[in-house]
Design a protein around this ligand. Structure first.
Ligand code: AMP
Ligand code: GLY
Length: 444
């Protein structure tokens, strides 16, 4: 009998994880929040469960005698599910509720970095009262980002010079978060290219995946409201052309330091850790640390992964990661098909896929849609991720764009992601910010 791997979650990222599990030859059992047509078709058994209904998911895992469990979405990590499964003797390759605090509490993450003197931390202040907020703004000599401390789906953070136009607007947003949550985090604002570095982590060691950049803004040219992510790119070099030479190494060190410091405090982290970093003139800085695959960035790396995924899950659980994992040396570009108005006032409709799309050299991942593989009903969230691999980022972008002709219906997609003008302008911006001597990899 093949082994049974249970996956929790039903978005585009989880579709990619489901495919990696079945590629390993394991039997997929899934707990899904909605009837994702792709995950359903890959699963030998599934239950429809609200992802926060940890008791139902736990019973389903026990009833099906699953051999190992993996969690996709962050809100699930903020429930007792992982701890309960472990107590019942079921292996899990995702972090406990205590270890997941590295994501679920931005305050825990900043304090841990401070306690252990880990490079990449920012100046930050936690405010628990109006007086503390007012005090923080009185002595302000730089721009700030205002953040709720908990999970926000990437949408609760506001930054001066972007969503917050004036100091007064920033102060009043901080007070709004404080009144709602009882606490607000005020962080020094950083400027630079952002990137995501994901790693498999077994409690003590980390094995790194290719670097990815995701695009959170709803509209072309990185404008409009923040979203869950409109698309993402990675390069065959496993870094990105607009990142300084030193950025990958600095980010890897930060993750290793975090893993070691969590272990030394008896909250070892097992699972996928994903750092969102910024390449600034003062070195690589941490924007946030997450306790799972990123969506969409997880899809990019899983499409390149050659090593056996399920074997890696066991190594994570056993605390016995074996060496570097193998990724195909290709560039990837992913663009999400989303409902019209996504990010502000989404108007879900229907989408139809021509069969030819599957002969176009792209993979189509199913996110918040229901229906069959060809006729889909959208929800207010992201619908389909279309991803291509090629020798270069612009080539992969062109392949995705040409396949979009086979997607019929009312939807929106950011075409600019991965195009050469877009990459070139980022390279120019980074060189101006950091100094062009820090980009020796670029042919000039
Ligand atoms: P987060 O939810 O923490 O990922 O934040 C969402 C977005 O806000 C990030 O992708 C950044 O673009 C921006 N952001 C967050 N913190 C900062 C910061 N300290 N400085 C500048 N931008 C930030
Ligand atoms: N790519 C953003 C996230 O997964 O949080």
């Amino acid at each position: 009998m093949t082994e049974k791997v249970m996956l929790v979650g039903s978005g585009g990222r989880e579709d990619a994880i489901a495919r990696a599990i079945t590629r390993s030859g394991a039997t997929l059992i899934s707990a899904i929040g909605h009837e994702n047509p792709s995950i359903k078709s890959l699963s030998s058994k599934y239950v429809i469960a609200n992802e926060l209904d940890y008791r139902k998911i736990e019973e389903f895992a026990v009833d099906n005698s699953v051999d190992i469990v993996f969690i996709g979405p962050d809100p699930v990590l903020d429930t007792p599910l992982v701890n309960n499964l472990l107590k019942r003797g079921i292996p899990v390759a995702s972090p406990t509720m205590e270890a997941a605090r590295i994501e679920t509490s931005k305050m825990f993450m900043r304090e841990l970095m401070k306690r252990h003197n880990i490079p990449g931390n920012l100046d930050f202040k936690e405010c628990f009262s109006e007086e503390e907020v007012n005090e923080a703004f009185r002595s302000l000599d730089h721009d700030v980002a205002v953040k709720p401390i908990g999970l926000t789906g990437g949408k609760g953070v506001k930054v001066m010079g972007e969503q917050l136009k004036t100091v007064e607007e920033a102060r009043s947003y901080a007070l709004e978060v404080l009144r709602r949550d009882g606490v607000v985090l005020i962080e020094e604002k950083m400027v630079g290219e952002e990137f995501s570095l994901q790693a498999f982590v077994d409690g003590k060691n980390a094995s790194f995946m290719p670097i990815v950049q995701d695009y959170k803004r709803a509209y072309e040219g990185d404008t409009g409201p923040n979203t869950g992510g409109m698309g993402s790119i990675s390069d065959s070099t496993f870094t990105l052309p607009f990142l300084s030479d030193r950025a990958p190494e600095e980010a890897r060190h930060i993750i290793i330091d975090i893993v070691r410091s969590m272990n030394s405090e008896n909250t070892p982290f097992k699972g996928v850790m994903y750092g969102q970093f910024m390449d600034t003139p003062r070195g690589v800085k941490v924007i946030e640390i997450n306790a799972r695959f990123a969506d969409p960035e997880g899809i990019n790396v899983l499409s390149l992964l050659k090593s056996d995924f399920v074997e890696t899950l066991h190594q994570i659980y056993d605390g016995n990661l074996q060496g570097d994992k193998i990724f195909e040396k290709k560039a990837t570009v992913l663009k999400y098909i989303v409902p019209v108005g996504y990010g502000s006032d989404p108007k879900p409709g229907e989408i139809e896929l021509d069969r030819e799309i599957f002969q176009n050299g792209v993979d189509v991942l199913y996110a918040s849609v229901s229906g069959d593989m060809y006729r889909l009903k959208q929800t207010t969230s992201r619908s389909l991720a279309i991803i291509a691999k090629a020798e270069s980022i612009p080539e992969a972008s062109d392949i995705v764009d040409s396949s979009i002709a086979h997607v019929k219906g009312n939807y929106y997609v950011r075409k600019d992601i991965g195009r050469s003008e877009f990459i070139e302008s980022k390279i120019r911006k980074s060189m101006a910010l950091l100094g062009d001597e820090k980009f020796t990899r670029i042919q000039r």
